[in-house]
Design a protein around this ligand. Structure first.
Ligand SMILES: [Zn+2]
Length: 331
């Protein structure tokens, strides 16, 4: 298509496909002073002459066009796809301008991801999560940190112009996990271990005692009063004719109190020869604590002489004993 004006001519090369024209090439040319004096018809013809310039050359001078004209296509050419889906266009990523966040805030009043409106209407920029640990280390562990508490560390971070949404929580966790602070930091009373009272006793402070027997009579003696020190495991034994409170009190006075001193406690079972008024009066007089060892039904039932060792072994933590009495002691 050609057209001409008073000072130039123009032409457009088009190809019509499916009743639609597609532009292939544009061309234009300015008229000189002589051509400007042409009539309108002459200018139109000048435009056609400008567009149509047919040159016929011999085959050997125009080898490329000659070769192209002799090509034989055996296969149908692939159709040209003019489709360009929008998905392909949306996948194109470009770099956002620096003022994009400002425009979004002015239009929609929404803050960018790392910006937050704090108290006193102060807009702060939050530090990304992957950088807050590095900043905390600088403000707490490094030379300018001084291993102060989380409040001081947060103050330094805020003074430095940084901010984080979980800054206080992160600082608390960081200071709590600091190895040096755990080693040399102050330990409050809240961290104290519960105190366990430690009971200690010295030699001949606690005695355990019981009557053995009755045995077959030997020179009128049927019982053995056995006393064992809980710490030293010293054993005192005496053959007795009876197992009553009078014998027990006399044995304590003559063999224990006079030789080993006043003990702190005496442990016995619930036998009537141990739990009676005379024994209580003696203990009260000398300030000795009398502790009744057990109320086990098995203990009452096993009065047989053969089970005595088993009973003592059970009470003292041993399963068997020899005649040389060695009893383990549990205070
Ligand atoms: Zn620290």
């Amino acid at each position: 298509m050609t057209d001409a004006s008073d000072y130039a001519v123009g032409a457009v090369l088009e190809q019509r496909m499916d009743k639609r024209s597609h532009v292939i090439y544009y061309a234009s040319k300015t008229l000189d002073a002589v051509q400007c004096n042409y009539s309108t018809t002459e200018k139109e013809l000048l435009a056609i002459e400008f567009v149509l310039e047919i040159k016929d050359r011999k085959g050997y001078e125009n080898s490329v066009a000659d070769h192209l004209s002799r090509l034989v296509l055996d296969e149908e050419p692939l159709p040209i796809s003019d489709s360009f889906p929008n998905e392909h266009l949306f996948h194109m990523q470009g770099e956002e301008p620096w003022y994009a966040d400002f425009v979004n805030f002015v239009v929609t009043s929404t803050f960018p991801p790392l910006w937050k409106l704090c108290s006193h209407q102060v807009i702060r920029r939050c530090v990304p999560n992957n950088e807050i640990h590095f900043i905390l280390a600088h403000c707490h562990s490094y030379a300018c940190g001084g291993h102060f508490g989380p409040k001081r560390a947060v103050g330094k971070i805020l003074d430095s112009g940084f901010y984080g949404e979980t800054l206080f929580r992160d600082a608390h966790g960081f200071c709590k996990g600091c190895e040096r602070c755990q080693r040399i930091g102050n330990i409050s009373r809240r961290n104290e271990m519960p105190q366990m009272p430690m009971i200690f006793c010295e030699v001949f402070d606690i005695w355990g005692m019981d009557f053995m027997g009755p045995f077959p009579s030997s020179f009128g003696f049927n019982y053995i009063l056995l006393v064992v020190d809980y710490v030293f495991k010293w054993v005192e034994a005496k053959a007795t004719r009876t197992n009553d409170a009078k014998v027990f009190v006399g044995f304590l006075k003559s063999n224990i109190f006079s030789r080993f001193g006043i003990p702190r406690a005496i442990i016995s079972d619930q036998g009537i020869y141990f739990c009676n008024r005379s024994v209580e009066a003696l203990m009260k007089k000398y300030g000795v604590h009398h502790r009744v060892a057990t109320t086990d039904i098995e203990y009452e039932r096993r009065t047989d002489n053969g089970l005595w060792w088993l009973r003592k072994g059970k009470y003292f933590g041993r399963s068997s004993c020899s005649k040389v009495v060695r009893l383990s002691v549990h205070c």
